[in-house]
Design a protein around this ligand. Sequence first.
Ligand code: ADP
Ligand code: MG
Length: 693
Amino acid sequence: MARTQVLEVPVQGMDCAECALHVQQAIAKLPGVEAVNVLLAAEKAVIRLDPERVGLPAIRDAVESAGYSVPEAAASAAPPLAALNRQMTALLAVVFAVVLAVVVVGEWLGLFDRLNELVPLPVGVALVAAGGFPVFRNVARAALRRQITSHTLMTVGAVAALLVGQWVAAAIVVVFMRVGDYVERFTAERARRAVRELTALAPQAARVERDGVEVEVPLAEVRPGDIVVVRPGEKIPVDGEVVAGHATVDQAAITGESMPVEVAAGSHVFAATVATLGSLRVRALRVGADTTFGRVIKMVEEAEAHRGEVQRLADKFSGYYLPLVAGVAALTFLISRNALATAAVLVVACSCSFALATPVAMLASIGASAKRGLLIKGGKYLEALARADVVLLDKTGTLTLGQPQITDVVPLNGRSASEVLALAATAERYSEHPLAEAVRRAARDQGLRIAEPEHFEAIPGMGVRAQVNGSQVSVGNRRLVSAPEAAAVAQALEAQGKTLLFVAADGAPVGVLAAADTLRAEVPAAVAELRRLGVQHVELLTGDHERTAAALAGQLGVRYRANLLPEHKIEVVKDYQARGHVVVMVGDGVNDAPALAQADVGIAMGAAGADVAIEAAHIALMREDWRLIPAVFRTARRTMGVVKLNIAFTAVYNLLGLTLAAFGVLPPTLAAAAQSLPDLGILANSARLLRQG
Ligand code: ADP
Ligand code: MG
């Protein structure tokens, strides 16, 4: 079997979704390319290929012959943040309004007709040819590659106007082709901005200790293991462990939480967070793209690749749109024999607004969310979330704090309480389950020695088995250990919502431990809010016992399923999906990763620093805050609302434009001015999503 490799290639010169489509087609045609995704906002192509059959030179050639370029690797450093601030937007709107006013008034007063008569036609034709040269050249090049763009149609329209002697109309069409280009590039830039603003938060340099002296080095030279010095007010450049010093750290860049946290020796810190008070010496564990922040940026950049149904439809439609317009133009000419009306039809069409309607809104939302600690991996997930009607909740570590405490130790068969606890702690010594942690903590608190188990085995969803001092010790739930003599005491403890750990030695039960975990304070309000947002089914899924689950579910007023093994959780998800539900699964991303992946939307809580959770989930909440769950549902709905409005607006606008043009009501001059308006509308409408609250 051929080996495949994923290559990321920066692409320059893509100004519209149409362009991205052309690049995509050009690369996909190469032999050896298995899949390709061109990301307009991130300005790159992500290509899965067979390295033995195709390489960078061939890809560069393909991109260049499609009319775009692949910059040298050295030049691919972060492009400067374009000065696209509010003032620029306002200025653009004013310039646009003035040009529009001139055209409308000119048309109304008949100035254009007079100009047409005053200036001889050959002079006018020369003016149009000179002014429109770059556009015409691109159209000709595209035609040679047998590609038709919006500009192709508009050029045909301009030529039609020239043929009937209306050189002023042709000139105005040319002017607006260029204005439209600018508006479109501006819109695409604005969509990129949300991502770029995030990238701008990345630290660039670090102060590293080398041979006992502090030297400032570019980030690329920092290696894991280096000792990095961070002064008050500075950005922490790496993910690492504090080796000395105290500081309060503002982690908003990662978690969106502005409340600073205290760190000291032994604490973990994240790149791009800021040490506000105090200095730190940090041992670098991960740098650059490997840090939590680096991963977030990468995923936000690639979010564009995860297109939802709505966008796929819009993309498909924009493919049919140009032929449709050409057809309407042909009909107009056949029926009315009116060259100017035909020109107006050709000129009013711009397929780009259809292609922009979805990604501009999605990217605005995804970028703004990332700053609030909500990592959304693609528009697809926002789309699914807006339709979701089932929310499944994992218990341990998700609904609860995940720091259970051992509350009761009940010895059986003549053992002592401390003997049982010591035995259990030894067996649990190497388990990473939160319950194991609780057992070890309880043993340590009582001053018990945790011995070295000889053989250790974790059984997911059940417990652990280990060899301790020559006897076979099991700690876990009823699936693993049966203890009929403890039935009465077990029932009483479970009714209090406690989780039981049965302990057996050489097959005979020796005791029962009970653990209690605290429900997170914000959960009940968050669940109630999900209900208000129209989620019909909220259900608790747990590997815990029936009675324990019932006690917790009762507090929240939700349904539950208990005694589930990890694979059962996947089955529950599939079952709902098979019945036509759109399923959201909320978990900690660690031991429920498969169920998160199976769900339409898998949401992982508290993902900062937990790689598995970031990888497994479709949406990762960088802090453990349940208020973010209803918040992300609201974001999804707002975003879909904006997307739908964008599409509806574009459709109505274009339909109206086409109709008016076909009936000769809209002259080519106004048609040309009109075609760049929907992009501005989309931009303004989508900009609402940049402010998320
Ligand atoms: P949840 O679905 O609540 O997150 P898990 O799937 O992690 O729970 O575990 C399910 C059950 O398996 C736990 O409630 C516990 O009874 C048992 N269990 C799992 N791991 C251990 C362990 N290391 N020690 C004791 N019991 C365990
Ligand atoms: Mg769990």
